[in-house]
Design a protein around this ligand. Sequence first.
Ligand code: SAH
Length: 230
Amino acid sequence: MKIAIMGAMREEIAPILEHLESYKTLEHAGNIFYTGHYGGHELVLAYSKIGKVFSAITASVMCERFGIDALLFSGVAGGISPELKIGDLIMASQLCQHDVDIVAFGHPYGFIPEGTLMVPTDPALRSLASEVAIDMGIDLYEGIIATGDQFVASSERKSWIHETFNADALEMEGGSVACVCHNFGVPCFVLRAISDTANGEASEDFDAFLQTSAAVSATFILAMVHRLGH
Ligand code: SAH
């Protein structure tokens, strides 16, 4: 299979790139795409830069130019559910855009006409992830992830996102990537390890836990790649 793995930040992709024995690079559309082999598959890796626009560009290029069979997102997120502690893993069942607001016309928050409020991820990839988690003895949380172009560091905003979208975690790229994959018909999987809990201490926690949480997510994604298609 040809599998894309993307993150938003260099720190999210570096622990995966380390596992490729060799790779080639291609510069395109403001990104560097790394291609190589792992676990019997062809891989294409890239980090997009932060946010919905940059991540949509990268995901679109991966779908359109690289002819991928699946896209796996690996990275970190702010936890909303009190069950999620720093370092815990959550896979998105579905994702939304918490910062979309055309409510003045009677639409619900997050809804874009001719779109859907929630975009689901691929059920087969989710069930594979559940099997991998059992084999690795890891608790893998499944829930709604809310995406927006904001670093959330406030209990009020976090509660609003939870109440409005029933979201368990929030970040800045998953919803746009899932939307791109959905439109291209590419199976999508979004995994996040918690780096902070989106409260008043979020920026300090993020800085302290970015690397370790990014590594937790990357390790799990690599285990999934080993099992894909076998
Ligand atoms: N420290 C970085 C900015 C990080 S933005 C810098 O200065 O350049 C946070 C990144 O991690 C985004 O890619 C987002 O997807 C994820 N993330 C983790 N915690 C988050 C939170 N509380 N709110 C929004 N995004 C969060």
